[in-house]
Write a protein that binds this ligand. Structure first.
Ligand SMILES: Nc1ncnc2c1ncn2[C@@H]1O[C@H](COP(=O)(O)OP(=O)(O)O)[C@@H](O)[C@H]1O
Ligand SMILES: [Mg+2]
Length: 320
């Protein structure tokens, strides 16, 4: 406030103060100028204060690049995309990890067919569980399946910090993070704690999901996380009998949003029974039906994502 007062006192500038009967338009213009200058200063000060409050970003030891899979909305296919994207990237001879950051509704244990609690290493780090060559960590490994996590924001943020850092990730080319829905504490805390190479936004083509996808995009841009593009999920359904194609959630909504936000469409994943079934069974389609057109859609997505990321300093060739 003090800043605001001072800047107001300085206005109007000396020359203007000598105009005793200034026309109304001049006084209005001066008022506008003075208030915008005050507002700019306040904005600068707010930025400074916010920058001071933001924790310093620290790399996760051994992890070369972090990709977050996000959307504003739940149920649009983030986890399914994160799982198949991780497997698709791994198919390019990369070592990949998967972090389930959806503390309230972890899906990765089920989708990756993993159960059990992580062991502790000698240095007291949690050892991730592994399946299909992907190292995974999830809140779901630490609580009973189906048990609710009833935590306030601060506890969730501290859990996220642990899931990120108190894990023996080993050497990873990519860590794919399956984000919870929304643009809240978890998203902010991850974005501010670790350097993120890129965010992949998942949306169905319907307006209500697109609106939230836009919010998620704007949030990442605000915290300087590069948004790699949008994945249009469940855009087309082909009748298995007559092959007629219907656009249950709309046809090209994500494409239109991508154009509006100057983003690329990274992939178009059809709505397909096999994708749902294989996810539920813990046999992701990229692994269980690698030659299907749906798996190929995920593999194309993985290639698009890798293409848009800077090459890791030293790409490993070994597998987990
Ligand atoms: N392209 C798709 N075709 C068919 N079912 C899908 C597709 N994508 C996701 N699903 C299903 O939709 C449901 C919600 O997906 P999920 O990945 O859990 O969404 P989110 O993580 O955004 O909440 C799951 O049952 C999943 O199997
Ligand atoms: Mg999910």
């Amino acid at each position: 406030m003090a800043l605001l007062h001072r800047s107001w006192r300085r206005w109007p500038p000396v020359a203007a103060r000598h105009i005793t009967h200034a026309p109304a338009w001049i006084t209005a213009a001066l008022r506008a100028r003075s208030s915008s200058s005050g507002a700019e200063k306040i904005e600068e000060r707010q930025k400074l204060l916010m920058a001071r409050g933001i924790p310093k970003q620290k790399m996760i030891p051994g992890v070369k690049q972090v990709i977050v899979v996000a959307s504003g909305k739940g149920g649009v296919g983030k986890s399914t995309t994160a799982v198949n994207l991780a497997l698709g990237i791994a198919a390019n001879d990369m070592v990949v990890g998967l972090l389930d950051a959806d503390v309230y509704g972890p899906s990765i244990p089920r989708m990756m067919n993993l159960r059990g609690s992580p062991e502790l290493t000698n240095s007291n780090l949690m050892r991730p569980l592994v399946n299909f060559g992907i190292v995974c960590m999830s809140m779901g490994f630490l609580v009973e399946e189906g048990a609710p996590v009833v935590w306030r924001g601060l506890m969730v943020m501290s859990a996220i910090e642990r899931l990120l850092r108190q894990v023996d990730w080993g050497q990873l080319d990519y860590l794919v993070v399956d984000m919870p829905p929304g643009t809240g504490d978890v998203q902010l805390s991850i974005s501010q704690n670790i350097p993120i190479s890129g965010a992949v936004i998942v949306s169905t083509p319907q307006d209500i999901a697109l609106l939230d996808a836009q919010r998620a995009t704007e949030m990442f841009r605000k915290v300087n996380v590069p948004v790699l593009g949008i994945v249009q999920n469940m855009s087309v359904f082909q009748c298995p009998k007559c092959k007629y194609e219907s656009h249950i959630f709309g046809a090209d909504g994500a494409r239109a949003l991508a154009a509006k936000l100057a983003l690329d469409v990274l992939g178009d994943i059809p709505l397909h029974l096999k994708i749902r079934e294989t996810s539920d069974k813990g046999q992701p389609i990229v692994i269980s039906h690698p030659d299907s057109s749906e798996a190929k859609a995920y593999l194309r997505l993985a290639a698009e994502v890798i293409k848009r990321l800077p090459t890791p300093p030293c790409v490993s060739s070994g597998k987990v």
